[in-house]
Structures are given as C-alpha cells and as structure tokens.
Design a protein around this ligand. Structure first.
Ligand code: COA
Length: 704
C-alpha cells in the first residue's frame, strides 16, 4: 500500500479503511491508489461483512488536492472509477465523517451506502469558489440524495451546512456523538444485524417535479448574469443531466464540464487566490521558534467610526475591549453606533438578542488612559494627523504595561515615526483596517523598521482570530493598497479632464469587474477625505509637483461637493442614487482649459481600463522590487480582499501575467509618449523591464 496514506484492517468482521493524508486528507494520486488497494484487501477479506471508511486527524477528506489541478495531465476519471467501484460493492460501505467533508470528500462519502457524522461536522461542495464544479459524480449523486433545489444551492454557492441540516436534507443518514471509527463500527453492526440491503446512490431516481424545474430555470438565469464565472452555467448543465440522463451519461457531461472549467482563466485565478490567501501568513526569514505574545484583552483609543468598527471585530471573537475617548459624549456616541450596528445584524436574523448583549458586555468605555494599562494590545484609531497621533503614541508608550503591543491604525503616516514616539518601537506595529472595519476582510499589518518578530507574529495570529486576511506591508506612503490606488485615482481625474464622464469611467471599470467604479467610490468615501490626503501629500512632498495632479478632486472639494454626504460630488445624488451631473463636465472643461489640457471625445473603454489599471499594476511591481510586499500573491490578496478587485482576474499581479509583461511595458511606454511623461507616471518599473526582457512571469517572482 502506497506510503500508508491509506490502511486497511479488519476488526470483528468489519473492514476498516483509514485515510491519513495530513493536513486535510485531500484526495491525491497516492490516496486514490491507497483506496484501490484497500478495496482489493476488502474484496479478498471474505470474512468482513461491511466496510467503514474514515479519516485520521482534524477532518474527513476536505476535497481533491487543489495543487494537483495545475498538472497538465490531471484527470478526474481515476477517482470517479474508484467511486463507481465503491458504489457497486455488494457489501455495505459506510462513511464515518468528522470535521469537514468537502468537495471530493463529500463525493467519496456519497459513493458509500451509508453516511454518519458528529453534529459539528460541516459538509459542502466548495468547488465553485475555485471556478469549478464537483468533477467526480458530485453533481449526479447530490441531486439523487437531496433533490435538485438543495443540490443546486449547495453546489452553486459552495456554502457549508452542519450535519443536522445535511440529515434533514437527505445528504447523510445518521448523526452520532463520538469517534468516527467507533460510530462507523456501531452503525455497521446495526446494518449487518438488520440484514439491510445496500442503498446505492447511483440508482436513486431524481425528483423532476415543479420545484426542480423552477430551481433549474432560476439558476440558469443567475448564471447568465455572471458570465465571468462560467462554472455557474456548467453546474446547471450537469445537474440538468442528472435529471434527464442515466447516471453514467450524466457523469460524462460533468467530466467534460470539469475538464473545460479547469483550464479557464477564472478557475486558474481563483485557485491562485486560494493558495495566496494561505501563503500571506508565512513571513520570510521568520524562525518557527518565534512565539507569539498572549492577547486576552484589547484597548482602543478613539471610538469613532474606525475605532468602533475595530472594537466590534474583537468583541465578535469574544475578546474584551476597553474603548477610550476624550469626552463622555464621544464615548456614548461611539458605543451607541456599535449597538446600532449589532441591532441591525439582529434585525436581519444574523445575531440573536442575547448575542448582541453578550458582545456589548465585552465593550467597556473609559475616559482615562490608565484603564489601558492592563491591555495586551492597544490600537490607536484617532484622527489622521501626525501630531495628534504622535501625542497619543507617546502616552501609550508610558501607560501600556511592559510586553503590551501598541498598534497604530494610520493609513498614511510613517509608522516608524509613530513607533519612535512611543519610546518602545519594538512593541509597535501598524494595523491598517479598512472601512467599514467590522466588514472588510483585509488587514494590512505594517512592519516597522524596529517591530519585534514576536510582535509581528502576534499581529498575524490575532488578525486570523478576528477573521481578517492579514498581509504584511513595509513602511512607505500608502503601504501596499493605497500606494497602488493613487495612480488609479490619478488617471481617473486625468480622464475626466480629458473629456471622459464619471458614469462612463464607472461603467467601464464595473464591467471590468471592480465592485464599484472609482467615481462612485470617491463620492462614498468622501471627496473631502480624498482632497485632504492629496493636499497633505503635496505639503509633505510625497507626490510630484504637478499642478494638474488630482485637480478634479481638489476642485470638487473647494466647491463643497464632498460626495454622497453633501448630495453632490463626482455625481449629483438623489438619496443614495448617483445621477450624472452636467455640472461636473463643465467643471472639468474649465479645469482643462485652465491647465491647457485638450479635451477629446474619442476615449475608448479599452483606454479607460488601461489608463486606470496598468499604472496600478506597475506600482505593484515597483512595491515588490522595493520589498514592501513579500510576494506577488500578497498584492493580489490586498486588492481582492480590500479593494473590490475582481477575484476572477486573480489580482493585479496575476493579471499582469495574463496581459503579458512585454505588452504591459509596451503599453505603459505608449501612454508615456502620447500623454507625456514629465513626472514619470508611465515609466515602467525596472523589475517589469527585466522580467519582460527575460521572458519571466511576475507571479513566479521571489525576492532573490
Ligand atoms: N487541496 C490542497 N491543499 C489544501 C486543501 C485542498 N483541497 N484544503 C486545504 N488545503 C491546505 C491549505 O493550503 C493549508 O496548507 P498550508 O498550511 O500549507 O497553507 C492547509 O491545508 C490548511 O488549510 P487552511 O484553509 O489553512 O485550514 P482551515 O482549518 O482554516 O480550513 C478547510 C480547512 C478544509 C475548511 C479549508 O482549507 C478549505 O476550505 N479547503 C478547501 C476545500 C475545497 O475547496 N475543496 C474542494 C476542492 S475541489
């Protein structure tokens, strides 16, 4: 048997087939071979009356080995044949689940004749999240067990269900408490005693009632609206085949759809992000010996929108928070906003009233910095102003206990300067939350020049504990995300000066896949905020002395058009609905005239995408070169988790390889010639040039 990833033994006339393939018992060629050999042993063991299949470690099989999908000769058929063999066994085969039975794991379980699980087991078909469908009979077996509406729901959303719902839906047969092997053996003995006939999923009839037809039609409509995710339409076709065709013909439809999807750029992009999101916590050069500091309580200075949102993250994870404000009024306001947010979740059924109270009870308000002296981690979330933040950091340096971590939530200021202000820079790290802080998944963890290794490790761990995706950034203006956002917004304003309309830019960028176009984003986050950042960057010499740089945002601010909150910005607002406003075109025309910029009417959709995206990508490559980000995948995670970049494009660095680095360099140089390059906006990064010249890919790049 290959490398003992699967072992067979017989106990009291019951065959036991154990999979041990850490970390998640993923199906690999070795597991398939091991299972085949295990079935050979069971076939030869004429004494055994039934077979129990189960897994060692933290979980039942959590799917096919995603890494193996990259192989050019990957084939679902060996695993499918194995499942057909299991299904055909004349003696009962039971799957004893635990942990998570996902994708190929659930397919394996469904090929068995009986499934049982402890109540905390979760089941699901998450392939769609990788741009795929279940490729080993899952689309044929699940509708037979659970009916088409539930099968469609699970396969096309990828959501997980607990054992109780799986039992109610017909996916499993029994819930029991205890170890999987013991549960499986007890169930097998019962089946043997009852002389129960084997129940093969493959021969069950699919219910083709009205609900089935309706569910298929609805899923088909939804899939048509999302052409960037071709798996959705494939899932409908495969499940339709389960309804209309015999099992093995349906299986062929499914296999063809899987083979096609595996090679799509969407699936490649989503698989890249799956691994990139897991790689972010690996810190190059960090010894595994470094131990994290214990975080049992958190302090937050500032109970404004940011501070309150940050506090919610910790309360949600059961960690007590002390919120410090400068006035009783500000504190009460902050806590009442948090309560309102929780109550809104409760109204939507996402929280119970008791959970709201439990979380609120974890939040303590205070007007006194000394109440932070017992906290293990203190985050300052005060107004974004260097002097104010320096003062707060200095106070925290004095008040916080030795060993406590001091974090700054700055988005634009120099973390090293703030770290020095505390007088204990080793304890300081940047934690850049994104707004709304209780919702956005991204957390930039900013490593200062002196941040201690255990502080960085602790920051990454606590981020995961509160459900964030942490990405380490070095110190630079804007860190990874906002630094790359800058050229994107810069070109938005230039295109407006050249005669493009906000609604045109937003339409094109939303069709590209961004969650929201840049003009709408600017209005939502506040033109005043954007203009303030620009003005301060000018003053600090962080942007070139280009008088036309972000001229539109500065003008709109000057005119009191602060965005959605003032009813006008890049658009005019009817409530929250943006309405194209001819006044903006007039403002831009005047500005263009003032700065001697020629307006034109031939701005194409392609130009808009290239003008906004290519400089952003170029900046990302420069960030890699400078070592501000560790890996190309980290940048992709920043943009997909924090800026609404379309996951089906894999992130800006993944997209750079799709464009081709030679083409990217050529296009940047083209715009440099056409638009002028006095301020270096279009100069390709040296790293881009060297990779393009040597025919390498950016996503495979590692710092030498
Ligand atoms: N194939 C290959 N590797 C996998 C995997 C799979 N199907 N599922 C998980 N892993 C790896 C992860 O890459 C990670 O490796 P690392 O520690 O080297 O980074 C490790 O297993 C643990 O996974 P992680 O996600 O960090 O652990 P978790 O406890 O938070 O979550 C799961 C566990 C199983 C719920 C989660 O990993 C998951 O959803 N996996 C994908 C399941 C899936 O899509 N299956 C269908 C595949 S077609």
């Amino acid at each position: 048997m290959s490398k003992n990833v699967v072992t067979y033994q017989s106990r009291n006339r019951i065959g036991l087939l154990l999979i041990s393939n850490p970390p998640v018992n993923a199906i690999s060629p070795a597991v398939i071979t091991g299972l085949q050999e295990g079935l050979d042993a069971f076939d030869a063991d004429r004494e055994a009356k039934a077979l129990v299949l189960y897994c060692e470690g933290r979980t039942f099989v959590a799917g096919g080995d995603i890494a193996s999908f990259e192989s050019p000769d990957f084939d679902t058929r060996p695993f499918s044949s194995l499942l057909t063999r299991l299904d055909a066994s004349p003696r009962p085969v039971l799957a004893a689940l635990h942990g998570t039975a996902l994708g190929g794991g659930l397919e394996l379980a469904m090929a068995c004749h009986y499934r049982l699980a402890p109540p905390d087991t979760r089941l699901g078909m998450p392939e769609v999240k990788l741009g795929l469908l279940p490729g080993s009979q899952g689309t044929q077996r699940l509708p037979r067990l659970a009916g088409v509406p539930l099968a469609l729901d699970l396969i096309s959303t990828g959501r997980f269900i607990f054992a109780q719902d799986a039992l109610a839906g017909g996916v499993i047969d029994e819930i029991g408490e205890g170890e999987p092997a013991a549960l499986g053996i007890a169930a097998a003995e019962r089946l043997i005693a009852a002389n129960a006939p084997v129940r093969r999923t493959s021969v069950l009839k699919v219910n083709a009632d009205d609900a089935t037809i309706r569910a298929l039609a609805e899923a088909s409509d939804k899939a048509a609206k999302k052409p960037a995710y071709p798996a959705l339409a494939s899932i409908v076709r495969a499940i339709e085949a389960a309804v209309k065709l015999p099992f093995h013909e349906g299986e062929e439809v499914e296999a063809r759809e899987f083979d096609r999807l595996r090679l799509t750029s969407t699936s490649r992009a989503l698989r890249h992000l799956f691994f990139a999101e897991r790689a972010v916590t690996r810190i190059p050069g960090m010894s595994p010996e470094v131990r994290s500091r214990e975080i049992c309580s958190v302090g937050i200075v500032g109970a404004g929108t940011m501070g309150g949102g940050i506090a919610m993250n910790f309360a949600n994870a059961g960690i007590p928070v002390t919120l410090v404000e400068s006035s009783d009024q500000a504190l009460k306001r902050g806590l009442s906003v948090v309560r309102k947010n929780y109550e809104a979740s409760a109204a939507k059924g996402k929280l119970t009233a008791a959970q709201v109270e439990k979380r609120m009870a974890l939040l303590n308000g205070s007007l006194d910095y000394t109440s932070l002296s017992g906290c293990d981690l203190v985050i300052e979330a005060v107004f974004e102003n260097l002097q104010i933040k320096k003062d707060v950091c200095a106070r925290l340096g004095r008040v916080c206990k030795p060993g406590a971590i001091i974090a700054t939530n700055t988005s634009t200021l120099d973390v090293n300067v703030l770290a020095d202000a505390t007088g204990r820079p080793l304890d300081v790290v940047g934690l850049h939350f994104f707004s709304p802080a209780n919702v956005m998944r991204l957390l930039e963890v900013v490593r200062g020049a002196n941040t201690a290794e255990d502080v960085l490790v602790t920051a990454m761990q606590i981020a995961r504990r509160i459900g964030k995706v942490p990405v380490v950034s070095g110190v630079c203006y804007g860190f990874i995300g906002n630094r790359m956002f800058d050229p994107y917004l810069r070109e938005m304003d230039y295109l407006l000066l050249e005669g493009a309309q906000p609604q045109q830019i937003d339409r094109v960028i939303e069709a590209f896949g961004m969650a929201m176009g840049p003009c709408r984003v600017s209005d939502l986050s506040g033109v005043d905020i954007g203009a303030k950042v620009v003005t301060e960057a000018f003053e600090a010499g962080q942007v070139p002395s280009d008088p036309t740089y972000r001229a539109v945002v500065r003008k709109l601010f000057e005119l009191g058009r602060h965005g959605q909150k003032t009813g006008a910005g890049y658009y005019r607002y009817d409530g929250r609905t943006p309405v194209p406003d001819p006044a903006v075109a007039a403002i831009c025309a005047d500005l263009a005239c003032e700065h001697g910029i020629a307006q034109r009417s031939d701005i194409t959709d392609e130009e808009i995408v290239q003008r906004l995206m290519y400089p952003l990508i170029n900046e990302g490559i420069q960030i890699l070169r400078e070592g501000i980000a560790y890996r190309p995948g980290d940048i992709d995670v920043v943009w997909t988790a924090g800026y609404g970049f379309p996951d089906h494009r894999g992130g800006p660095m993944f997209m750079a390889d799709q464009i081709g680095l030679v083409e990217l360099e050529r296009t940047l140089e083209h715009y440099g010639r056409v638009r002028g390059n006095r301020f270096g906006y279009w100069t390709p990064s040296n790293l881009l040039k060297s990779l393009a010249a040597s025919g390498q890919r950016i996503s495979a790049w590692t710092k030498g």
